[in-house]
Ligand binder design. Sequence first.
Ligand code: SF4
Ligand code: ZN
Length: 582
Amino acid sequence: MVCGVWSIDHGAWSTASSPQCAVHGSSCTVHSAWSTACGACQTMGRLRAAAAGIGRRPQPGTGPAKRSSGRCRETTAPQRGASCPAPAQPSAFHLFVDTAEIEAFRTSLLAWYDRCKRDLPWRRLAESEPDVDRRAYSVWVSEVMLQQTQVATVMDYYTRWMQKWPTLQALADASLEEVNALWAGLGYYSRGKRLQEGARKVVSELAGRMPRTAEELQKLLPGVGRYTAGAIASISYGQATGVVDGNVTRVLCRLRCLGADTSSPPVTEHLWGLAHTLVDRARPGDFNQALMELGATVCSPKAPLCAECPVRPHCWAQRRVEKELEVASRRLLGKAPSSCPPEPDIEECAAGASGSCPLCPPALEPWDGSLRVANFPRKAAKKQPRAERTATCVLERSGRRGEPEFLIVQRPSSGLLAGLWEFPSLLVAPELKEKQQREALAGHVRAQTGTAVAAGRLRHVGEVVHVFSHIHQTYVVYSLLLDGPRAAAPVKREEEPELPASRWVTKADFQAAAVSTAMKKVLQACERQSREEKMPRTVSKRKRGAAVEDAPRPPGRVKVGTDADGGLARGQLSLHTFLKAK
Ligand code: SF4
Ligand code: ZN
């Protein structure tokens, strides 16, 4: 009966009914310390479960294996006499099974990291901070900020954040608005919000003490997933647990030629299994950072620097490239393939050749020689973001000292861009006619702020496009300059608690407020239009010619040219200005 645990370091299934190492049995110094709650054991259990639906090892004399009931886990001892078929073990081709190789891999990677690691503020803090809770907090902040954001962008944000809120208590005491304001520009505002919720939970429910293991971090803290928990635990506490992020995924896929969709459960679980296998037991935090650093600086997505790679001898993708080049050059030189039978080659996966391996590239996707090692990993086709249109009104008035002021309202406290401030905005149906759109927007502004706005007075500025991760948002921008030096200031009234908070802000206040990047683009579009209107009427012929190309589309439906930021393209006339110039 094969129903024990996968022996991570030795690459074999335990045949015991209780967790122990298949190679060393109960005397194994690695596995005897592991419990069934161990992250690595759980990972391999999940891998086994995921693989169960794809293939399994036939039991002697039982014929083809039947589909698992899914109840056979390493945490559950099999009942006496019950049959517990095991799934197919992943091919050794996709694993690290040789302890000497694993040791060599760790040594090479850590030596390279010690030599080449980037000097980053969160690393300095993690290395120098003696207080374990502060250390874990500082790592937590950096990991949340680095999710889907470049290191260069995060550095400044991180420094400002840690200066403003150096402790969990300080962050817990901050307001959500302060958090959103500092987060503005990092994207995914919910991440900052959840970070603060987590800090409040640690302070109020856990007596200021951060959970001390990856499992507890994931279980107890909002917004802390498997990756973040592993990163905090390994870097701050030295827990020997692996991590898998985008960079690690790419490196591991290349090291072990994993070509199946990386978001599929068998591949995901396999990656976590590899990460747990490889992580250095003495320096887990450094090892995890080294693997991520390698992916970020050497094993990059499109142009990996394989010649400089410290783990190149362990990389199957690189070997595959070398092999393909050798075959190609032999062909070029007209040399016949060797007549000797080929030596058994590690660079093969028997199940992959037959198209049944859940980790190999799909049989229908052949090797692309031009991509070289970048044949790995393969990604699933990206889901297209859904298209939305939002009518937005930039209400402007003259401030006390004559400077322009703008009206902003606060978004609801949940959902997209929760709690952020924006110009009054209304989601509109794509088929809505321009006139109806204006009327709907004017009615919305009136209802939200109490300011009477005549639909006919709204000036069409143009369209600004902003792509969120899952929404392709088009803002149809209108503006309106309110009369009088200090037009009535609509604010939320006591008797209207359902209205969102609203306030007038100067441009400087607007930039410092918790507003989204999209709203900053909207303001830029309005400012460009104002500048263009102030331009002398003698518009150069060349510019007129450029505008004519955009002219035939009807007003209100014209897509104003946008630059990389989504604002009006520099030097390009808006339709409004063009018509005036005519
Ligand atoms: Fe990545 Fe190349 Fe190193 Fe392989 S040899 S891990 S593909 S950089
Ligand atoms: Zn395979």
